[in-house]
Each structure stands twice: as C-alpha cells, then as structure tokens.
Design a protein around this ligand. Structure first.
Ligand code: ATP
Length: 260
C-alpha cells in the first residue's frame, strides 16, 4: 500500500538525516517504526505527510508511493485527500473546542452527512470516554483522553492508512497499554497503521512487521515477533540488558580511568 524507496531527507543544506530509507506497509495490519531519539522517525513521518517544508526540510531523493501514486514532495492537503492521515507527536487537539467540535474538524473532508454520523458512532464505540465527554472542551481533558481524541479526529476523516507518531509519549503505563489496544482495534477494523514509537515493547506487541532505524538508516526489519526475540532489539530497545555484560562494558573503562 505504502512503498518508500531510497528516501533521503535533509534540513536546509545540512547533512541528510535519512540516508536512503526503504520501507513497506501492506494493506492490512500494523507496521512499527522503532528507533532512539534522533534516529529520524519523525522526519520520515513528515516526509510521508508532506509536512517537511513546514520544518525547513525537504525530500532530497527517493520515492514515496501510496496506492500507486507518487507523494514525495506532495503538499499536506493532497496527502490527506489521498487517504494518508497523520496524528503528529504531541497530542494536538483544539483545546478551546469541544470533543464533538474536534471530531467535526476531523471530518471536514467527508462530504456525506450520513457517513460523518456513522463514523462518529464508530469512533464513540471505540472511545466511550470521549462519548461521555462530547461537550467538554478538549483543553480540559486528561493527557490520555487528548491522545485518544487526536486519534479519533484522524479516524473521522476515514483514512486509508493511519500514521501515528509516538502516541504513547509521556503517558502512564496503563494508558500506554490502552493505546496499544486501540491501535490493534483500528487495524482489526480495517485501517492499516504505521506506528512510530520509542516504546518498543508496546509497538512490537501490536505490530505485524517492524523496522528499526538508527541514525537515519534501517538497521533491522522483519516480522515483529521475530524482532522481539532478537538479542539486539531486546538489549537496545526492550531494556533487557545483560547486566553483567553492561557492567563489564562500563566498568572496564571506568576502572581503567580511576586506577590510571
Ligand atoms: P525523537 O524520538 O527524539 O522524536 P526521531 O527519531 O523522531 O527522534 P527526528 O526528530 O526525525 O528523530 O530527528 C532526526 C534528526 O533530524 C536529528 O538529528 C534532528 O536534530 C534533526 N532535525 C529534526 N528536525 C529538524 C529541523 N526542523 N531542523 C533541523 N534539523 C532537524
């Protein structure tokens, strides 16, 4: 469905931050994109959603094909109209508007009133807490509820592919679990998801495939289940460091310095 080939992204005249990244998302399921701070995950999302220029960046090479159409360098409106909808990092909701009004804003590209009503019903079924708070101003919702609303608003536009950028960021463990379940439900309902996450444990538990990005390059990819068993992923991203090895790696140079 989404086919990214040899993507090079740069900000201004600086060295590229993505160096020929290739990635595929199929017509169903969840694909996770993992990586530490600064790996280039958000830059890739911006390239796909057409928002790079808003951040002083550009696609220097490569292609982003979605359902056969080229989107590299396309403007954000064309991308959304094409069915690629992004929920950016940071729980952006319209704080002064109610939950209902936020959802209306998400449905702005949907012409049919009947479709809007039906989608709202589905969204409220998925997020009953939002249904209870539909007349509450979004700015007064909790962090978890705002994240749910940001996802719900994106779903109102009936995306063909949903791009989620770090939805678990800054949320308590129980809420992270809920976000994971929501992502699973969205994909079960027929909307594929490209999930960018630093929380590898959550992402790998819901994803079918995953890619690991390091310093702008894909260093690992494969079925999520396989990656979650990989020693490297366990050590670097799942916090399952071999304590003895880690202590030895750290202790030797430290000791050497102190005893010198
Ligand atoms: P994080 O998890 O911290 O959000 P990330 O994997 O999403 O990190 P990016 O935000 O894409 O990584 O950053 C990749 C590189 O691009 C970093 O070196 C960063 O400093 C640089 N970068 C990001 N945005 C800009 C910008 N607007 N202008 C210049 N450089 C930028």
């Amino acid at each position: 469905m989404l086919d990214i080939e040899g993507l090079v992204v740069r900000y201004g005249a600086r060295e590229p931050v993505l160096h020929g990244v290739s990635l595929e998302v199929a017509e169903a399921g969840v694909v996770a994109l993992l990586g530490a701070n600064g790996a280039g995950k958000t830059s890739l999302m911006r390239a796909v959603s057409g928002t790079l220029p808003l951040h002083g960046g550009s696609v220097a090479a490569g292609s982003i094909r979605f359902l056969g159409q080229e989107f590299a360098g396309a403007n954000p409106a064309a991308v959304v109209t094409g069915g690629l909808v992004q929920v950016p990092e940071g729980r952006h909701v319209f704080g002064a508007l109610t939950v209902d009004e936020n959802l209306d804003a998400g449905a702005i590209t949907v012409r049919s009133r009947e479709t809007r009503t039906r989608t709202r019903g589905q969204v409220f079924e998925m997020f009953p807490r939002l249904a209870e708070r539909r007349r509450q101003r979004a700015g007064t919702l909790s962090g978890g509820e705002q994240q749910m609303l940001a996802i719900a608003r994106a779903l109102m536009s009936q995306p063909k592919l949903l791009l989620l950028d770090e939805p678990s960021l800054g949320l308590a463990p129980l809420l992270v679990k809920q976000i994971g379940e929501t992502v699973r439900e969205i994909s079960r309902d027929g909307v594929p998801v490209l999930l960018v996450e630093q929380n590898a444990a959550m992402a790998l538990s819901v994803a079918h495939r995953a890619y690991v990005l390091e310093l702008g390059r894909v260093v690992l990819s494969g079925p999520a289940e396989e990656l979650s068993r990989s020693d490297e992923v366990r050590r670097l991203y799942l916090g399952e460091d071999d304590t003895e090895d880690a202590a030895r790696d750290l202790a030797v140079p430290e000791l050497a310095r102190w005893t010198a």
